[in-house]
Design a protein around this ligand. Structure first.
Ligand code: KG4
Ligand code: ZN
Length: 333
């Protein structure tokens, strides 16, 4: 089946064509029009600007996605679109565009949850991966463990009680003067610093829960940076990045270990924009090395927001009977 898919929940307008069947998971095209440069001017995503930029980009990238895949709209079997969670104005652009295209061409329309899409990015990278498994979704908006019982049955078993891990990286990056979003740059700086230089609090709360809390860590790092600035003392950005990353990585490693014991699964599937982080990937690979647990993460090009992942999940949701009509709406959370 050929799936045409759309993603516009935040600051990337994305359209893809994926070919899916029992034996095939293939990305035919995966086009992303990023708005990062526009939002970088404001140090974060400006929702109204995001919606307008989605409107400007969506038609053009749809032609491009079909072109690159070497198909026309007549070849498409399903249209899949992210309808939540995310910025409501941004989501509505993708949802309304997909609805019109589906209605005009008489193609089934499948609404997709953004988080499920992130998990499905792994199916495109690991062709043999099948549920059930434990998944940890780490992104700008989410940090949650899911018991993925089947392709379409998810149970959230733990989450962050406040900020998401990507948000924590980005907010610290902003105070450190890094360009928005700071996550990727923090990753690079951390590789050059001393992870033991500064002892920051752990986001792991305690051993009794699988939940995280990142607000205390974020506040501690920002206080550290402000105090250093006030005293006119030098800040070694590499050491700050390395120490923050170490605190986050250790907590994730511990919680994944505990969650694997709790669920009994032998597969841990990392997903979301922060799954690109080299230190977290390395730590989880190390955790699983020499055990009977296999670690999965998407290839780097599929970690951040993209439409190919929405198409992959769209296929499985369609097989499970999901469909929508012109009444389809978007939900922000
Ligand atoms: O999944 P995503 O593209 O958007 C949301 O659904 O939120 O995730 C974006 C987040 C941002 O916070 C960004 O800074 C972070 O992913 N990110 C990273 C890295 N690459 C992107 N965080 C840490 N290390 C990275 N290499
Ligand atoms: Zn995302």
């Amino acid at each position: 089946m050929l799936v045409l898919s759309f993603e516009s929940s935040c600051d990337e307008t994305a359209c893809a064509v994926v070919k899916m069947s029992d034996s095939c998971r293939e990305v035919k095209s995966n086009i992303i029009a990023s708005q990062v440069d526009i939002h970088a001017l404001y140090g974060g995503v400006v929702p109204e600007i995001a919606s307008r930029a989605h409107i400007e980009a969506i038609s053009k990238i749809t032609y491009e996605a079909l072109d690159v895949a070497g198909v026309t709209i007549k070849d498409i079997d399903i249209i899949a679109v992210t309808n939540g969670p995310g910025l409501i104005g941004a989501l509505l652009v993708g949802v309304n565009f997909a609805k019109s295209l589906a209605y005009a061409n008489n193609i089934p329309l499948v609404p997709i949850d953004h988080i499920r899409g992130h998990v499905a990015a792994n199916y495109l990278t690991h062709k043999k991966l099948e549920p059930p498994f434990l998944s940890l979704v780490v992104s700008g908006g989410h940090t949650s463990f899911f018991d993925v019982k089947s392709y379409t049955e998810f149970e959230e078993i733990a989450s962050t009680r406040d900020d998401a891990v990507g948000e924590c990286f980005d907010k610290i990056g902003r105070v450190m003067g890094l360009p928005y979003p700071g996550g990727a740059m923090m990753d690079k700086l951390a590789s050059q610093g001393d992870k033991y230089a500064i002892a920051f609090p752990s986001p792991s709360i305690n051993k009794e829960t699988l939940d995280f809390s990142f607000s205390g860590l974020k506040t501690a790092v920002i206080n550290y940076l402000n105090t250093k600035n006030q005293k006119g003392e030098q800040i070694i950005r590499e050491d700050v990045a390395a120490s923050v990353t170490f605190s986050i990585t250790e907590a994730i490693k511990q919680k994944v270990h505990d969650a694997l014991i709790k669920t009994g699964y032998d597969k841990i599937v990392l997903a979301g924009g922060v799954s690109a982080n080299s230190h977290i990937r390395h730590a989880l690979m190390e955790l699983c090395n020499g055990t009977d647990v296999t670690f999965y993460a998407p290839e780097l090009s599929l970690c951040g927001d993209n439409a190919a992942m929405i198409g992959a999940q769209g296929y499985y949701e369609f097989l499970d009977g999901a469909s929508a009509d012109e009444a389809l709406n978007a939900y922000p959370s």
